[in-house]
Design a protein around this ligand. Sequence first.
Ligand SMILES: [Fe+2]
Ligand SMILES: [Fe+2]
Ligand SMILES: [Fe+2]
Length: 398
Amino acid sequence: MEFTANLLDFAEMLACAVDLMERGSHHHGQRVAYIAFRLFEKVKPGHNPSDLVIASYLHDIGIESFMTKEKARKFHTDKEILWLHCHEGSVLVEMVDILKGIKPFILYHHTDYSEIQSSSLDVPLEAQIIHLADRIEVQIKPHRPVLTQIEDIVDTILKYKGSMFNPELVEAFLSLSIQESFWLDIVNEYQSAVEYIDFPSMDIKMNANDIRQFSHLCARIVDRKSPFTAQHSQRVASIAVKLAEFCGMRGQDLFFMEIAGLLHDLGKLAIPDTILHKHGKLTDEEYRVIKQHPYYTYCLIDRLNVMDKVRDWAAFHHERLDGSGYPFHLTAGQLDLGARVMAVADMVGAITEDRPYRAGYGEKETMDIMWREVKDNRVDGDVVDILGKHYGDIVCGG
Ligand SMILES: [Fe+2]
Ligand SMILES: [Fe+2]
Ligand SMILES: [Fe+2]
């Protein structure tokens, strides 16, 4: 039977991952999706909101760094920065066939209403909804009760009615803003946006190819953060699949292995660039921050509910047989073949890559390192043996 998943769950997972790119995630993607959905209900009653919700989840995937993120969160900010991440995001979604329709929603999510009026730009209403929802959300201050902030936010939005924002949408917002529950829903961290959305056709199935394309998108978003490891996730996925096959894994497990390889470092979005890009040795404190990443990978993939194997194989890539790995300190009996293969694939991927301070290691050095790991009871000897026998096919082969 073909494996399927729900696009909305994947989009929500990626929104959460992107939200990790700031200190203390504050659910920007989720909240914008919720506000956008409520606006859409007002102006397009009875219409299917799924494309809008997915685009709202993904609207900021073009943001590359912690710094840009902070700047984009200011109500008035540099137009250049805004345009750049809109454009980048719209290029990224093209990697996934089922997301192509939302490209203009992302491309124009910071385009002002006055600009749309005075030009021939074809800006869909959905993009204008995300624009308004986003600018409402960025005004909510985390440390004050949201109900005490309503007047200030409404005043600001009204001030820009007709210039920044579509007047029809501002009217829809005004009618929503009188409900306390609208505001409390936005900041409710116990519910995710989709749980409020009651629409029959929200369940958009992804087949294996859609899942693969979406996972490549996630991998690209992670890898583009580190200029010197621009292909790491993809390489790890390719090494892991080939190694798994030589180890006797078959069928759907190879597909899960590929997806796990693509997603294994998703939690790295939670690591500040200053640490991720550091050339020299990490301090103890920095290393502790790095250790967060497989934990977040676990939490993110766990949200999908349907891919437990993928979650484990991806998130256990820094676990070691003797229990010295992180973040769960699992031991041999808890690490199945898939997890053992992934740990080896990630190490091999990392040490054979060129870094600014060293060239990638060749076969002999790599195998020496791996055998030392086996001797110390950290990685699986059978897996390393198979790696050595088929090194050319696994590491270098296309
Ligand atoms: Fe944005
Ligand atoms: Fe990692
Ligand atoms: Fe990795």
